[in-house]
Structure formats: C-alpha cells, structure tokens
Design a protein around this ligand. Structure first.
Ligand SMILES: Cc1ncc(COP(=O)(O)O)c(C=O)c1O
Length: 506
C-alpha cells in the first residue's frame, strides 16, 4: 500500500468486524423502526447505523468500515468531511445562520462563485433563484419557463426522476409518485428517453427517432398535446438507470427548442458539479440550456439548490414568484461556495474523466467473465452496470442487482441500484476516492458476482423481452433487503409496484 498519510478516507476500508448489521446497528435500526414512518427505504437497502465518515468511507456504530460508492446520491462529490468544507462551515458558524433573503457576505460570495461556474453562454450571464431541494428547483424552473412563455406545460422524458414536490412529482415518471401528488402540476407531455441499450424509437439512429417524435407532437394539430413552454431533460438519466443518450441528443434537443420557441431546462441535480467528469452534464455536448437546476453537492453537504436562467430568456419575475423559508441558508451558502470552487477545479475534473473511463473498462472486463452483466455505460463517476437474465434478450434482472447490493454490503462496499426494474447497479463514488479504494471496491464487486454466479437462477419458462419483464414476472415479490435479525422485514414492493413506480430515493 502506498503511503496513506494524505488519504481523506479510512485507509483500512473495507473492514468488517461484525457482519452487517452488527449488534449496535441492529439496536438503532429497531428503534428507528418503532419511531419512524415505514416509508423510509435506505435502512432496508443498507441496514447499518453510520457513526463517522471520512472521504469515501463510512464507519458504522459496530466499527465496520465501508467504501462508499453511493455518495449520498451524489451529495458527497467531495466526500465526507472534506477539510476545506469543514473549515468553511466552522467559519460561518460564528456568523449568521438564518437571514431570509438579505444579502450576507456568504450569499454574495456564493452567487459570484456560481455565476463563474455556469455552463457555456450562461457563465456570468444568468440570474440565480434559490431553492432548497432538487425537486423544489425543478418545480421552480418549470414555473419560470411557463411564466416566460405564457404557456403551461413541459415535455419530460420516460425514466425521468425530478423529485417529489407537487409539480415536480407530476414530471416524475413513476406512477406511484404521481398518484400521491395532490398538487396537479403543469401539463406534462411524456416522450421516451433515447436509450441505446433499450431503444424505443429507433435503434441505430441516435437521437433522430426522438426528435422526429417531438416534431410530430408539436407540428401535428391532431397529436393531442397542448402547446408547452419547455423541454426538461436529464443530460444522463439518473434514477432511470444511468442511461447515457446518443451524442447527438442534447444538441438536437437544443435545436428543436430553438425552432419551436421552447425553453430548454437541464436537470443537473444528479449529473452536475463534476459527477460526469465535466462540471455539468451538458458540457460534453457543448449545449447551453436556458435554465439549469442544481442541487445535491452544491450545498457542500447541506440542503441547498438553485435554478439559474440565462439573461434575456425570462422577463422580470414578480416579487415573491416562488417562496420558501429555508432558501439560501447562510451555512449552506458558505460551504457551497467552497464546494463549487473545488468541484470546478480542472485537475479534479480531468482526473474524474480519466479514472471514470478506466473504471468503466474494469467493469466491462469483469462483465466479460460474467454474462449477467449485460451493459456497462457512463461518464466520469456516473457509471451504470446493468444486470440481465441473458445478453441476447436483455431481459432486466433486478433481483440480481439487488442481491449484488446485499453481497457488496457484506463485503464492506456500498453500492445502490437504479433503473425501472432496479436492475442497474450504479457507481457514484466521491470524486476524491483514493485509487486503492477504487481497486478494492472492484475486487469486492467481482467477488460478489462470483458468489452469486455460483447460485443457480431459478428455472423459468417463456421467451425473453428486450424491453422489460413480462406480466407474469411482475407478480413476484422483490428480494430487495438484507434481512436484519430481530427486525421484522417491512414487506417489499412487488415487481409490478416497482415496474409501476420505479422505487425512488434521491
Ligand atoms: C435528476 C434529479 N432531479 C431531481 C431530484 C430530486 O432531488 P431532491 O431529492 O433533492 O428533491 C433528483 C434526486 O435524486 C434527481 O436525481
């Protein structure tokens, strides 16, 4: 092992001293079960009680140390306890903690830092609107677009996840989330996201099928849609399974929006701030959106989100256009300004691109030895490993991805699932993870795969489907959680609920 004095992480991870969940974790999980709503999901996927964390590692109350490839769903792009973020927090903690919308020094520093980090033509030429969560930012962005265009409604993609706030939930594709949304959001036109592995509108034509379909929707007076104000897109599908669209997709979408006087809203909540090895997910395509939604890592681990919109595309917004007591919390702004500065560092971004490409190759090489790994794709540290029953049919194998999550946890690596059938394991380590921990995690990944390969798949009948499970398959319950001794399992959703909803988190 190289000298690890400079490591941010615990150097001995993964370290399992009490197979998770250990006794202390079990006690806390049980208390949580008694006190908290059954609606929580993560304790079922990762039944551990965290105590401290450093860099890309977490120690639980039983002394187990895990390699963290979840990053709080991309909140921790700079890892846990980055010393510069901790210092910014301590400095602001001696100042003001809550200031409504009044201009603190932290607020102005944050605004200036973010302005200089925005994508393309937006840089230095935008207005910033503070919100608190990713969903809040998306909802606000759509409302701003509606206001700007004097029309109500947006185009959103299947597989999209945009949050659980009222309007944002109606843009989210999962049925269950939309069903629990008592606030009827704007009118939403749903279009298939171009997925090279599971194409719906044309396999080999890049984005052409999607754009042709969009043209039909807006040009044909009988297409059945009312005029919309905007197109809302994730540059890479996040919760939908880390789907990287064809290279021509975002530029074609930009042109489409320009042709039809629509505003392009980029939801960079998961792709933004270095995750893809560029500051923004749109950067690779050299596309500037009209509005951008930013959250997760922007508060340097504290809740903060923003919408930024290009100068000139939105008329002056009326005072109080969209409100929220906790917007622009000064602590989050102070730490967030430092986070934006650190994440925009070209050296860190180049390193993320380089190590991300190498990690994709490593996953692919592992896949050559394990046919259940049907597809590996991604950019930077946003990598999806999709599990299938067999490569010819591409029939999604959610149970295998979920079993992998459990097998990895037992080996001290945290890795979460995504995708409509929960069939994709996603690599989203903090960008600051040490190379050696990356290697140890990959070793654990292959070991976990080998252990599961040794377990035969239950026999099943019938032919495969490229697009997803067949109806009979949808009724089987999902094996999604590591059993916690002494803690009664919360009944897992069935696959038809999953397929209907795509279980989400965020
Ligand atoms: C792309 C995207 N948009 C919006 C959200 C919602 O963010 P939040 O959970 O902060 O509301 C998420 C959450 O994962 C996301 O991935």
């Amino acid at each position: 092992m190289a000298s690890n004095e400079s490591w941010l992480s615990f150097p001995d991870a993964p370290r399992i001293v009490h197979p998770p969940p250990g006794p202390k974790s079990r006690a806390l999980l049980e208390s949580q079960r008694q006190l908290e709503t059954t609606a929580i999901g993560y304790p079922h996927y990762f039944p551990i009680a965290p105590k401290v964390a450093r860099g890309a590692t977490i120690e639980d109350v039983d002394g187990n140390r895990f390699i963290d490839w979840v990053s709080g769903i991309s909140v921790l792009n700079l890892g846990h306890r980055h010393p510069k973020l901790d210092a910014a927090l301590r400095a602001q903690a001696d100042g003001i903690w809550h200031a409504l919308e009044l201009p603190t020094e932290a607020r102005i520093r944050f605004l200036k830092t973010l302005q200089e980090a925005l994508p393309g033509a937006m840089r230095g030429h935008a207005r910033i609107f503070f919100t608190v969560t990713g969903g809040d930012a998306v909802e606000t962005a759509v409302e701003i677009a509606d206001h700007a265009k004097g029309r109500r409604g947006t185009v959103a993609f299947s597989g999209a996840y945009h949050g659980m706030h009222g309007g944002a939930a109606s843009l989210t594709s999962g049925r269950r989330y939309r069903a629990s949304n008592s606030f009827a959001g704007g009118h939403v036109v749903r279009v298939p996201y171009p997925d090279p592995y599971r194409p719906v509108l044309g396999a080999d034509e890049g984005a052409a099928g999607t754009i042709a379909y969009l043209e039909h929707l807006v040009n044909d007076p009988h297409s059945g849609i009312d005029p919309v104000s905007s197109v809302l897109v994730e540059p890479i599908l996040g919760e939908g399974g880390y789907v990287v669209p064809p290279d021509d997709f975002l530029p074609a979408l930009r042109e489409f929006c320009d042709r039809h006087d629509l505003l392009l809203i980029a939801d960079e909540v998961q792709t933004g701030l270095g995750r893809t090895g560029r500051m923004w997910g749109v950067d690779d395509a050299r596309v500037t959106p009209d509005l951008i939604c930013i959250a997760k890592s922007i508060g340097g681990r504290l809740p903060l989100s923003v919408v930024a919109y290009r100068d000139g595309v939105v008329p002056e917004l009326p005072r109080g256009f969209h409100l929220g007591t906790f917007r622009a919390n000064p602590l989050a702004l102070a730490v967030g300004a430092e986070a934006v500065k650190l994440l925009g560092d070209e050296e860190l971004l180049a390193r993320t691109r380089h190590r991300g490409a190498r990690t994709i190759e490593r996953f692919r090489a592992i896949g050559e030895r394990h046919p259940a790994l049907g597809d590996v794709r991604g950019r930077g540290f946003m990598i999806g490993a999709e599990f299938v029953h067999d490569r010819a049919s591409r029939r999604p194998w959610g149970e295998r991805a979920q079993a992998m999550r459990a097998a990895l946890l037992a080996r001290g690596v945290l890795m979460h699932t995504a995708g409509a059938w929960d069939q994709v394991l996603r690599f989203m380590a903090p960008l600051v993870i040490e190379d050696e921990l990356l290697e140890r995690g990959l070793g654990a990944f292959e070991e976990a795969l080998e252990s599961l390969d040794a377990t035969p798949e239950p026999a099943r009948s019938g032919g495969p489907s490229r697009r997803g499970p067949r109806p009979t398959e949808l009724r089987r319950p999902v094996e999604h959680a590591v059993p916690v001794p002494g803690v009664p399992p919360v009944p897992g959703p069935t696959l038809d609920e999953r397929a209907a909803t795509g279980r989400r988190r965020g």
